[in-house]
Design a protein around this ligand. Structure first.
Ligand code: FES
Ligand SMILES: [Fe+2]
Length: 329
């Protein structure tokens, strides 16, 4: 039985499903909580989102076209404008005879941090706040949206967890890391994020040196890791040089066991450095998590007794407690 797909509360939350640039070439198909949606760019530059099913004979609209913000169905050419209003039925002799059911039932869509966020129901949740978006000394780097064959619950749990670093991230920064995790003290961080602050001496191989702006073998990082319900995690990293690196780790349920993953980075580095080079180490770290998580099937048990937890899992334990509350389960 699906746990996430069938949960009505999740419909009222915001989920990132694509990047703004994915809409440049025409309509774009996404899947969220088991439902297919079409996204398109409207004339004022905002985003339209509706079920990916034409009200006429149910063709996917995402295989149609967009011209000047009008979405055209490929099957009989019906046209849909802002707000999903049907503005053209080519076969109709009398334009006044457009049935009310010909309009699309649009859902809420917002563009933030270069990402398209959807809320299928009545928005009660919020899009997580990243204050650095407003700070001119930081630049934002987007990285594309990937599909992971694992549950968002396992992804969020993993992104809150540091004890897997020396096991999973042996090819990147985890090699030299201590196995023992210092006691985690949970707190309310800034801007609605909840989590913990810690510092760590991390491996700094050659591939990491653009990212860390240091050529030492090991590098001190002052970090925070926090969550925003339902499935977003933010990591902040500060280096001795004053360089800051903020990572937004976004997991979106396509269904219970398949997910979109994207991450967004903000950095106060030298803006002339190739952005792709600045995030290539993060990409390599994410690839290590993906390999591990795709071995785990199903939704992570959300009840506290469903899996065994220890001190280093404290952030995940608290996140799951709040998630259960949100799900009303
Ligand atoms: S199915 Fe879309 S216009 Fe007929
Ligand atoms: Fe990881």
């Amino acid at each position: 039985m699906p746990i996430l797909v069938d949960n009505p509360k999740l419909n009222n939350e915001w989920f990132a499903v694509a990047e703004g640039i994915d809409l440049d070439e025409g309509p774009h198909a996404v899947r969220l909580l088991g439902q297919d949606y079409v996204l398109w760019r409207t004339p004022d530059g905002s985003v339209g989102a509706a079920p990916d099913r034409c009200p006429h004979r149910e063709s996917p609209l995402s295989i149609g076209t967009v011209s000047q913000g009008v979405l055209t169905c490929p099957y009989h050419g019906w046209e849909f404008a802002d707000g999903g209003t049907c503005v053209g039925i080519p076969s109709n002799q009398d334009a006044s005879r457009t049935p009310p059911a010909a309009n699309l039932q649009v859902i809420s869509a917002e563009e933030r941090y270069g990402l398209i966020w959807l809320c299928p129901g009545e928005p009660s949740g919020t899009i997580p706040e990243i204050a650095h978006e407003q700070d001119a000394s930081f630049r934002r780097i987007n990285t594309g949206v990937d599909v992971w064959k694992t549950s968002v619950t396992r992804m969020t749990d993993n992104f809150l967890d540091v004890s897997h670093f020396p096991w999973v991230h042996t090819g990147t920064f985890g090699r030299e890391q201590h196995l023992k995790v210092p006691k985690i003290k949970l707190e309310a961080l800034d801007n609605g994020w909840n989590g913990y602050a810690y510092d760590v001496l991390a491996g700094n191989p050659t591939e990491a040196q653009v990212s860390s702006d240091s050529d030492e073998d090991m590098v001190q990082r002052w970090m925070t890791t926090g969550f925003h319900l339902p499935f977003t995690v933010r990591s902040t990293i500060r280096y001795e040089s004053g360089l800051e690196h903020i990572l937004l780790l976004v997991s979106t349920p396509i269904d219970d066991e398949t997910s979109y993953f994207t991450f967004v980075v903000w950095r106060n580095d030298d803006f002339d450095t190739d952005p792709q080079e600045a995030i290539s180490f993060d990409r390599a770290i994410g690839a290590e998590d993906k390999v591990m998580l795709e071995q785990l099937s199903g939704v992570l048990p959300l009840t506290q007794t469903g899996v065994a937890s220890v001190q280093s899992d404290k952030a995940s334990v608290e996140w799951r407690r709040r998630l259960i509350e949100l799900l009303g389960a």
